[in-house]
Design a protein around this ligand. Structure first.
Ligand SMILES: NC(=O)c1ccc[n+]([C@@H]2O[C@H](COP(=O)([O-])OP(=O)(O)OC[C@H]3O[C@@H](n4cnc5c(N)ncnc54)[C@H](O)[C@@H]3O)[C@@H](O)[C@H]2O)c1
Length: 268
C-alpha cells in the first residue's frame, strides 16, 4: 500500500501536538507521497509543536483562524501558490467548546460561548468549503473530510454543546457534499471516531470513564488516532471515489452494539 496519495496536494487543519488525529494524518499522508500545507489557529501555532511536524513532512505551516473568512481566503490562495496547483484533499480536524472547557453543563450553557462552539466546530467547515468553492481551489474528484463523534446521533450528557456542533457538522457535510458533487465530483464526508486520547478528547469531563466504557462496548475495541489516520488516507485516495455525503463510523463496532458481554459482566 504505497503511494496512495502520489501527486496529490492537500491541506490539513488541526495538528496541535503529536497526539492530534491531524498529526497522524499528516505523517501518513507524507508517507503515501502527498504534498500538503499544515494549518492551525495562530494561538495554537504559538502553543504547539507544529513546526517539528512541518519539518518532518517537508512542508510549511500557514496560520489561519478557521472562523475567519479572510484568513481562509489567504490560506487557500497561498497554499495553491506554494503547492503549485489546486488541492485534492482537505482535512478539517477542528473542535473546541468554551462551555466544555469551562465545565458548563448542558442545562447551564453560556450562549455566547455556545455560538463560539458552533462557529469553531461546525460553521468553520462550511466556511472552509465555501472559500474553496469560490476560489475553485479543489480538483475534480477531490475529497474533503471532517471529524465527528456519535453524540451527534445519541445523548452523551458530558459532551454538552459539542453534540449540537457535531450534528451541524455532519449536516453541513451532506448539504455541501451535494453541491460539490454536482459541480466538481468532489466528495464530502465525516468520520465519526471513537473516543481518542488527544488534547480535545481528554479535555472533556469524565473522559477516562467513557473511553473505557466505549472500549468495552466495541467488539474491536476503540479505534486509536493512528487507525483513524489510516481511514482518512483511504478516503483521500482514489479507492473511495464514490463515497460521499456520509457519516462514516470508525469506532470498532460501537455504534451498532446494544450491549457487550464485558459490560454485562460488570452489572451486579
Ligand atoms: N479526541 C476524541 O475523542 C475525538 C473523538 C471524535 C472526534 N474528534 C474530533 O477530531 C477532531 C480533532 O481533534 P483531536 O482529538 O485531534 O484534538 P486536538 O486538540 O489535537 O485538535 C483540535 C484542533 O482544533 C484546532 N482549533 C481550535 N480552534 C480553531 C480555530 N479557530 N481555527 C483553526 N483551528 C482551531 C486546535 O488548535 C487543535 O489543533 C475534532 O473535530 C474533534 O472533535 C475527537
Amino acid at each position: 500500500m504505497n503511494n496512495l496519495l502520489k501527486n496529490k496536494r492537500g491541506m490539513i487543519f488541526g495538528a496541535l501536538d503529536e497526539r492530534s488525529i491531524a498529526w497522524k494524518v499528516a505523517e501518513k499522508a507524507h508517507e503515501q507521497g502527498a504534498s500538503f500545507i499544515l494549518t492551525n489557529a495562530p494561538i495554537a501555532l504559538r502553543m504547539g509543536t507544529i513546526n517539528q511536524l512541518a519539518e518532518k513532512c517537508n512542508t510549511e505551516v500557514i496560520g489561519a483562524d478557521a472562523t475567519s473568512m479572510e484568513d481562509l481566503e489567504n490560506l487557500f490562495i497561498q497554499s495553491q501558490e506554494k503547492l503549485g496547483g489546486k488541492l485534492d484533499f482537505v482535512l478539517h480536524s477542528i473542535g473546541m467548546s468554551p462551555n466544555v472547557r469551562k465545565n458548563k453543563g448542558y442545562t447551564d450553557l453560556n450562549h455566547e460561548w455556545f455560538q463560539k462552539t458552533l462557529d469553531i466546530s461546525a460553521l468553520s467547515f462550511h466556511k472552509t468549503m465555501q472559500t474553496a468553492w469560490k476560489l475553485d481551489a479543489i480538483n475534480d474528484w477531490g475529497s474533503i473530510l471532517g471529524l465527528s463523534y456519535i453524540a451527534a446521533q445519541e445523548a452523551y450528557p458530558f459532551y454538552s454543546d459539542m453534540a449540537d456542533a457535531k450534528a451541524a457538522l455532519e449536516s453541513i457535510a451532506r448539504s455541501f457534499g451535494y453541491h460539490y458533487g454536482v459541480r466538481n465530483k468532489v466528495r464530502v464526508n465525516t468520520i465519526s471516531q471513537s473516543p481518542t486520547v488527544t488534547s480535545a478528547g481528554s479535555g472533556i469531563a469524565g473522559f477516562d470513564k467513557f473511553f473505557d466504557f466505549a472500549d468495552e462496548m466495541s467488539p474491536l475495541g476503540n479505534a486509536d488516532a493512528n487507525a483513524c489516520a489510516d481511514y482518512c488516507i483511504t478516503m483521500f485516495s482514489d479507492l473511495t471515489r464514490y463515497v460521499t455525503m456520509q457519516n462514516l463510523f470508525h469506532d470498532g463496532g460501537y455504534s451498532t452494539t446494544g450491549i457487550s458481554s464485558k459490560i454485562m459482566d460488570k452489572m451486579v
